[in-house]
Design a protein around this ligand. Structure first.
Ligand code: NAP
Length: 258
């Protein structure tokens, strides 16, 4: 446990699953206090218990939907009441529904914008006043924000907007010494990713080796990311070791965005 991090609480959205959960557990191992927000209350309770068992200071589970601004504000208030002003915010809540130009529905387009884009804007707008000067923000976007992908039109567009809004917000927050960085993962082994693979073995192979029919080059490092790979970079960006790093968009994708 790092004694210095004991009094530096972090709020993580999407903390019930995948990358958000891995970030929570990584920060727990440092002894951070955590506010864990997700709409999946059952898995949120499990993740909160795991974080406690993994060494976190205090853990506050927050059942909330990032598309409901009033609920996010109330959740942030509960976090600050319990833990004090936040030292970090991590946005990992997100959705992915397959769909391309020919078949994306207006409803699916809107859901992507509501969760992946407006949900992040809400978190940053509501979270910034509750963040200490000198704090840090990490937004989990996607390499699809910068690399076109077939069958992911709404997802990619929502993530491109998210990467841009996070960097604009970070520019404004720099005056308070708050750093804001964007992580853009590639294929990462989480429930979201597995939902895209009706045949898990074929899905893994296509992600690793590439798929010329889908204009995908594969993953040069030859492995699908573990959620912990992304969490490790998030923990670095939240830490004082990254004290002069802000407004960056960092691929964490084994080279898949070449
Ligand atoms: P995941 O396993 O599906 O976890 C996402 C979590 O966010 C789930 O618990 C989900 O709850 C929650 N969530 C979704 N919408 C929410 C909302 N409106 N309010 C509150 N919570 C909500 O996905 P993941 O793979 O860890 O993805 C985490 C982030 O990384 C996402 O932003 C994703 O776009 C990004 N990412 C993932 C990959 C990948 O390959 N896995 C690659 C690039 C980027 P429900 O289960 O109820 O939806």
């Amino acid at each position: 446990m790092n004694e210095l991090l004991l009094g530096q609480p972090v709020l993580v959205t999407g903390a019930a699953s995948g990358i958000g959960r891995a970030v929570a557990l990584r920060l727990a191992a440092d002894g951070r206090s955590l506010a864990l927000l997700d709409r999946d209350t059952d898995n949120l309770a499990v993740a909160a218990k795991e974080a406690e068992a993994g060494g976190a200071g205090e853990v506050v589970p927050l059942a909330a939907d990032v598309t409901h601004a009033a609920g996010v504000a109330a959740a942030l208030d509960r976090a600050v009441d319990a833990l004090g002003p936040l030292a970090g915010l991590v946005s990992a809540a997100g959705i992915l529904e397959p769909g391309g130009l020919a078949d994306v529905t207006p409803e699916s387009w809107q859901r992507h914008l509501d969760v992946n884009t407006t949900g992040v804007l809400t978190l940053l707008q509501q979270g910034a006043p509750r963040l200490r000067d000198g704090g840090a923000i990490v937004v989990i976007s996607s390499n699809a924000a910068r690399v076109p992908r077939t069958g992911m039109l709404a997802y990619a567009a929502s993530k491109a907007a998210t990467s841009a809004l996070a960097r604009c917000a970070g520019l404004e927050l720099a005056a308070r010494g708050i750093r804001c960085n964007v992580l853009e993962p590639g294929s990462t082994d989480t429930p979201m990713q597995r939902d895209l693979w009706p045949d898990p073995e074929a899905g893994r192979r296509a992600a690793l080796e590439g798929d010329p029919g889908a204009f995908r080059v594969g993953i040069p490092l030859g492995r699908i990311a573990r959620p912990e790979d992304v969490a490790e970079v998030a923990a670095f960006l939240l830490s004082d070791a990254a004290r002069h790093v802000t407004l960056q968009q960092l691929f964490v994708d084994g080279g898949a965005s070449l």
